[in-house]
Design a protein around this ligand. Structure first.
Ligand SMILES: Cc1cc2nc3c(=O)[nH]c(=O)nc-3n(C[C@H](O)[C@H](O)[C@H](O)COP(=O)(O)OP(=O)(O)OC[C@H]3O[C@@H](n4cnc5c(N)ncnc54)[C@H](O)[C@@H]3O)c2cc1C
Length: 433
């Protein structure tokens, strides 16, 4: 065995690190406060996967699930505008960025003028004339889009919807740098990057269950229902972790794979004030998320994704739900960065979701609702506001045996599944075999 590793947090970032480290010979223990591992993924609808999510595909590949998920069809990106117009972004069978360029040219969601400004900006950035401004990470995406000629209606409609879907926050909150890099990675690089996949089966079947099985086979130890309460530091290293029952655990290496607001209470005051690495975490913040899941008696053929403008829910996903029965469907209504919704009752949120569902997926007769549930996450995602990028930590902390993982750390991606997996991989790579 190379050494002992204690991983705090059994979310996907911690589990990814555990897989890589145990496979390279480390003795790994995962501490998880909940009754089962999986973290936020346990409450999430099947995730939106992009071809550009290389770390996610590489993990699925390792679990043998790549073949299954890649057989899934591309899900079209559809916009329902406030005018009632329903517009699809065409996924053309051409190499990227040609498919995006032609798709943009044909996309009726933007006016001719907005499309022309966008295409001429894209052409100029490829030729690096002028180069992208250095201060994009400090600027708001809304203001920057206006500066490249995007009209108010394009920003409020199309760009705001994309910011919520890809970054988890409304356009007026979002950093121009992260927005630009995410769009470029998703739509402008690689041959097939624009392909958008929404698996209809839950994450349990194609990610969490096979991952847990591999970790068990590799001998990873899990301590669930176990909460870490304090990290103890010596001069240059972590020496032990204290748990809620006042027992302690020690290891050669420690990884905190926790959300930011769960990590900071574990740190002694002197560590936070003395090291810029930890001090800057207080400048990060999170945005809320509300999800309503509706089970319906409705036969549908394929998965649909609709981005909604000026409605309660920002996007809706509808899947056939063959697990329930042949004639069933499940609809997910997702609202990000809408704090007012957190205080609404479940009944009110379900009614609002049914109303938005009627607009997103119109039918001649309303389907029968079989059951519904609501998930509220007050601190669901790192808010990608300007100047956030500089405060997101890299895996290696100032302490030689202590590493930080999680979707909110500095991976170059918004805080999502890809970022969480990548952060776990990078922490594992930083620990010598
Ligand atoms: C409803 C919802 C929908 C989402 N949809 C998508 C999507 O479509 N696409 C996408 O890419 N991403 C999506 N995400 C985001 C994705 O789920 C997260 O980015 C990812 O799961 C984060 O993983 P993580 O390991 O960084 O953190 P977490 O999953 O938060 O894991 C941290 C773990 O640490 C544990 N923990 C916390 N404090 C302690 C402590 N003191 N001691 C011990 N354990 C502790 C927690 O219980 C948790 O299990 C969604 C998230 C939510 C909530």
């Amino acid at each position: 065995m190379s050494g002992t590793v204690l991983i705090l947090g059994g979310g996907i970032s911690g589990l990814t690190a555990a897989l890589q480290l145990s496979a390279s010979g480390h003795a790994v223990t995962v501490i998880e406060q909940a009754a089962k591992v999986g973290g936020r993924l346990c409450h999430a609808p099947p995730p939106l996967l992009l071809e550009a999510h290389h770390a996610t595909w590489s993990l699925l590949n390792r679990l043998g699930k790549d073949v299954v998920t890649r057989r899934l069809r591309h899900t079209p990106l559809e916009f329902l505008q406030s005018t009632g117009a329903r517009i699809q972004f065409l996924h053309l069978p051409l190499p990227s960025p040609l498919n995006t360029l032609l798709g943009t040219t044909l996309f009726q969601g933007l006016s001719m003028r907005d499309r022309w400004h966008l295409l001429s900006f894209l052409e100029r950035t490829w030729e690096q004339d002028p180069p992208l401004p250095n201060d994009l990470d400090l600027r708001l995406a809304d203001e920057w889009l206006a500066s490249i000629g995007q009209s108010e209606s394009a920003r409020r409609g199309v760009w705001n919807s994309l910011a919520r879907l890809l970054l988890g926050a409304a356009l007026p909150q979002v950093s121009a740098g992260l927005f630009m890099r995410t769009l470029r990675r998703c739509f402008l690089t690689g041959a097939r990057t624009t392909k958008l996949i929404l698996p209809s089966h839950g994450l349990d079947s194609f990610l969490l269950a096979p991952l847990k099985a591999q970790l068990d086979a590799l001998g990873v130890q899990f301590q669930t229902n176990t909460m870490a309460t304090q990290l103890h530091f010596d001069r240059d290293r972590v020496v032990r972790v204290e748990l809620a029952d006042h027992t302690t655990l020690t290891a050669d290496w420690y990884i905190a794979a926790l959300p930011r607001h769960h990590l900071t209470p574990l740190l002694p005051e002197r560590v936070v004030t003395h090291y810029a690495y930890f001090q800057q975490l207080s400048r990060l913040s999170e945005s809320p998320l509300v999800i309503v899941r509706l089970h319906l008696d409705q036969a549908i053929e394929q998965t649909q994704l609709v981005l909604l403008e000026h409605r309660t829910f920002h996007w809706m996903i509808r899947h056939p739900d063959r697990a329930l029965h042949e004639q069933a469907a499940v609809v997910w209504g997702i609202a990000v960065d809408a704090p007012d919704l957190l205080a609404q009752t479940n009944e009110a949120l379900i009614l609002l979701a049914l109303k938005d569902m009627g607009a997103a997926f119109p039918t001649t007769s309303a389907p029968r609702l079989i059951e519904a549930d609501v998930v509220r996450q007050p601190q669901a995602y790192l808010t990608p506001k300007p100047a956030t990028q500089q405060c997101r930590p890299l895996p290696s902390s100032p302490f030689v045996n202590f590493f930080v993982a999680g979707d909110w750390t500095d991976t170059g991606w918004p805080a999502n599944l890809e970022s969480a997996i990548l952060s776990g991989q990078r922490c594992a790579e930083a620990i010598p075999a």
